[in-house]
Design a binder for this molecule. Structure first.
Ligand code: ATP
Ligand code: ZN
Ligand code: MG
Length: 504
């Protein structure tokens, strides 16, 4: 990597008279602070290779390598100029201007298509050589590490170009074998026809009437009683709104900004300020949406997409006592919301769904053991209680699917498992797409990002999604809507179906 930075430091007063001292500072800095951090056995670092002094300004040309970034060198120099010229000449640096900043580095693979990035004036990629012109960055941006992140983003975008065409990993781990299938109808349509569910009131939502509610609640109860309680999971309740800083830390903000629902606050609670809107509503019976836009703030938070981010947030910077490990928690109060758009279907792909999300934090050994326990319990439930035809596969971890790259090697090893069910209404077992109705992952990155520690051991974390509507779809698509056909262990948990009501 080669960095070439031309910058101008503007002082509070003329510095011509200090020309000699400026030269001395530069010579000395080239020897010490601009080499700081370079390993002993290598020749490298940053170097001011040219400079000139004009009135209040010093123009610098800094050349460097990856050991000391040229802009870090510039910031170190600024500090030294202030320290050494302040006392003697009563001047300080008022402004830093980047006149030209060219970053030249080697890529692992050549780009397949042109790429663009904010903050970069020009990207010139030839084969595996990449040259960026980032002259537009200001001091604060330089000190906040934008340069490294710009370089990583270039690499990430190029990797994603290769990733796009690739088949996602999918390796079968277990198959239940064929089960008796009662019918081949779409359970959502049949439930809607019977009045068990009602579509709406907005896109991708359903109103569940007593019969459908009973089925969903029974599945939720089965998950809690047959899987979570026996393994020692404890219930928690979180907020339905997730601030952006949490999603930045989990990667959701960059991974799924196109699927999130956003929350805006009113600009004020003062009823006076809302009077005009209220008048409009009373007179027109409509909401004046442009006025409402003015009265609501730009979002700073989104609605829950998955429950795990706030569970991690709740443990940020905490040290967990060894005796409490592994921590096993689950959340089932807050619905998940996702803008599924064209992908919506039935109750199984909706914009608001109900899910239990168990989250676990512990040592690698503890979580590997838990993973086996969870799989054993799930297998019992799917095979014995729901008696469905399902399979289990190792797949690409979700953040790989969602953001293209960014996984740590260690995470990839630990991986993700998907549970999939056969939906007879979709066609043959071999040709139709099976429904992912649950998953299970273990990660290294969240305990790191949220700085969740133990007294002595390295911690990992993970989560497993129990999508209630998906469990219901898997079950009903195979077992039908007639309780007569349902397996007895399921009926034990169900009790009696509610009688609902008749509409004329
Ligand atoms: P898909 O690939 O089907 O979109 P996903 O990878 O987005 O699923 P996850 O983020 O892993 O799903 O969510 C975990 C669980 O939540 C899924 O296994 C599923 O049970 C459920 N789920 C996800 N999206 C929806 C949805 N739109 N409607 C209903 N349930 C969902
Ligand atoms: Zn999760
Ligand atoms: Mg999805």
């Amino acid at each position: 990597m080669e960095l070439n930075l031309k910058a101008t430091l503007t002082f509070s007063d003329e510095v011509n008279k200090a020309e000699e001292q400026i030269k001395e500072i530069i010579v000395k800095s080239n020897e010490d602070i601009l080499k700081r951090g370079v390993p002993d056995d290598v020749q490298g670092g940053a170097r001011v290779c040219d400079h000139s002094v004009e009135g209040k300004k010093i123009n610098l040309h800094i050349r460097s390598d990856r050991f000391v970034r040229a802009h870090d060198a510039l910031l170190r120099l600024k500090k030294r100029f202030n320290e050494e010229m302040g006392p003697r000449f009563h001047v300080g640096v008022r402004e830093i201007e980047v006149d030209e900043y060219i970053v030249d580095f080697e890529l692992d693979m050549a780009a397949k298509e042109e790429i663009n990035l904010p903050y970069v004036d020009e990207i010139d990629i030839r084969g595996k050589r990449c040259k960026l012109n980032i002259s537009g960055l200001v001091e604060e941006q330089l000190s906040k590490n934008y340069v490294d992140r710009i370089i990583s983003r270039v690499k990430e975008k190029i990797e994603a170009q290769y990733y796009e065409g690739k088949e996602e990993k999918w390796e079968l781990v277990y198959e239940s074998g064929e089960k008796d299938i009662v019918w081949d109808r779409d359970p959502t349509e049949e439930m809607a026809a019977r009045g068990w569910i009602k579509r709406g009131p907005t896109k991708g939502k359903w109103f569940y009437r007593p019969q459908a509610t009973k089925i969903l609640k029974t599945l939720e109860k089965i998950a809690v009683e047959e899987v979570l309680k026996p393994l020692g999971f404890q219930e928690v309740i979180e907020s339905m709104m997730v601030p952006f800083d949490v999603w930045i830390d989990t990667g959701h903000m960059e991974g799924i900004p196109n699927e999130a629902y956003y929350v805006s606050e009113p600009v004020t609670r003062n009823p006076k300020a809302w009077e005009e809107i209220i008048d409009e509503i009373k007179i027109t019976r409509e909401v004046p949406r442009e006025r409402l836009d003015e009265m609501t703030k730009t979002p700073k938070a989104g609605l829950c997409y998955a429950q795990c981010p706030l569970i991690y947030w709740s443990l940020r910077n905490e040290t967990i006592s060894d005796e409490s490990l592994p921590i096993l928690l689950y959340e089932k109060t807050v619905p998940s919301t996702r803008y599924e758009s064209g992908g919506r279907h039935g109750i199984e792909r909706v914009d608001e769904f109900h899910r239990i999300e168990p989250v676990y934090i512990g040592t690698k050994d503890q979580l590997m053991e838990l993973k086996e326990d969870l799989i054993r319990k799930y297998t019992y439930v799917f095979d014995e209680v729901m008696d469905i035809e399902w399979r289990m596969a190792e797949v690409e971890p979700f953040y790989l699917q969602q953001s293209g790259t960014g996984a740590e090697e260690e995470d990839v090893d630990l991986g993700t498992i998907d549970f999939e069910a056969y939906l007879p209404y979709k066609g043959s077992r071999e040709e139709s797409e099976w429904l992912e109705f649950g998953n299970l992952s273990i990660f290294g990155k969240y305990t790191k990002t949220f700085n969740i520690k133990s007294q002595t051991k390295k911690l990992l974390s993970g989560c497993t999604g129990i999508g209630i509507e998906r469990w219901a779809t898997a079950f009903l698509a195979q077992k039908g809507l007639d309780p007569e056909d349902w397996p007895s262990k399921f009926k034990d948990h169900l009790g009696k179906m509610p009688k609902g009501f008749k509409l004329l």
